[in-house]
Write a protein that binds this ligand. Structure first.
Ligand SMILES: *Cc1c(COP(=O)(O)O)cnc(C)c1O
Length: 343
């Protein structure tokens, strides 16, 4: 059966007709020489949104994380992050290859760790240990179920980092979903971090790229890494224009995705053989457990009926709402899930 409702990931969003038209008309130049007006414009927009001195357009979010780690860390340094963090599970082991840093994974709750956990994790200056260099936070936490890092926890952890001379990084792949949910401006979250990036190709609906923002000096270093890794492009304005369009038109509507996810979770909580606490669904990610069927069997039954979700573990699945899924689609998915769970 043809896929009707794709809840696999918010990366599945496709550029709309209007976005494509805007992209087709983009002014372009040689991005590698800093001469692409559309890329430059996008960088300015994100630097302003995040309240940073400068920003750099990159082909992916993965590269934004890895370049940040490479700028902050030297080989042998250690990065503190949650055990569910994206660089640990989904970046092909790049941390060990590119920055040569190691990771100290913390056992947070739904992807959120505490100041006390960080205090325990920071190494002493005994040369037997790796040097703690960086604390990295994922807003929202993907495998945590789209959970939002509260601003006061961020403030405390970043204050602690400064006291210990540590750098701070935000993987803001879904920061703007958190902004939509809390009403706290992106710059308010960003001001505490030395480096921060947003993804354009997820909920924002652009086809390619992320933008990393920081101080002028940091972005200058990041430019070297972008070149080294083959991330520097030429007439990239064509794709960057998708990001410009997205920031102008698709920011406000992110709360719809958050609302749809909450609705999906609340309705699913009523069904037999589904385990989910809708209260934990703060943004656009719904993580749930199934009973009676394995996650793989459940997912196959959904696919047969035109609905796709992703598998997280043997009994755990993830549904992500986004721009290309409306309330009607959610209702269709719910009908299918009802049928498959025998509710
Ligand atoms: C998707 C994602 C990334 C990587 O972004 P890409 O643009 O897919 O490379 C990094 N961190 C988190 C939390 C993500 O969800």
């Amino acid at each position: 059966m043809k896929l009707k409702v794709d809840l696999f990931s918010d990366t599945g969003t496709r550029p709309s007709k209007e976005m494509r038209e805007f992209m087709a008309k983009a002014e372009v130049g040689d991005e590698q020489l800093g001469e692409d007006p559309s890329v430059n414009r996008l960088n300015e927009m994100v630097a302003e949104l995040l309240g940073k001195e400068d920003a750099i357009y990159l082909p992916s979010g993965l590269m934004a994380n890895q370049i940040s780690f490479a700028v902050h860390c030297r080989p042998g340094d250690e990065i503190i992050m949650d055990k569910t963090a994206h660089p640990i599970h989904f970046e092909g082991g790049a941390v060990s290859v590119i920055s040569g840093a190691s990771i100290n994974p913390l056992d947070g709750e739904n992807g959120i760790f505490t100041t006390e956990q960080v205090i325990k994790a920071i190494r002493t200056s005994d040369y037997h240990h790796p040097r703690t260099r960086l604390i990295s936070i994922e807003q929202t936490s993907n495998l945590g179920g789209g959970t939002i890092w509260p601003l006061d926890v961020i403030e405390d952890i970043c204050q602690l980092a400064r006291e210990h001379n540590l750098k701070t990084h935000m993987d803001g792949a879904r920061l703007l979903n958190a902004v939509a949910a809390t009403g706290i401006p992106a710059s308010k979250y960003a001001e505490h971090f030395d480096s921060i990036w947003i993804d354009l190709s997820k909920g924002l609906g652009a086809p390619v790229g992320s933008v990393l923002a920081s101080s002028r000096d940091f972005i200058e270093e990041a430019r070297y890494w972008k070149q080294r890794l083959g991330g520097a492009m030429r007439q990239a304005g064509i794709i960057a224009a998708g990001g410009i369009y997205a920031l102008k038109h698709n920011l406000e509507r992110l709360q719809e995705d958050n609302d749809n996810a909450r609705y999906l979770a609340e309705e699913m909580a009523r069904l037999k053989n589904i385990e989910i606490d809708p209260e934990t669904v703060e943004t656009n990610i719904v993580i749930f457990k199934v009973k009676g069927l394995t996650a793989e069997q459940f997912s196959k039954e959904l696919i047969k009926r035109g609905v796709r979700v992703s598998i997280i573990a043997k009994d755990t699945l993830r549904a992500v709402t986004h721009l290309d899924v409306n309330r009607q689609d959610i209702d269709y998915a719910l009908t299918v899930i009802k049928e498959v769970t025998g509710s």
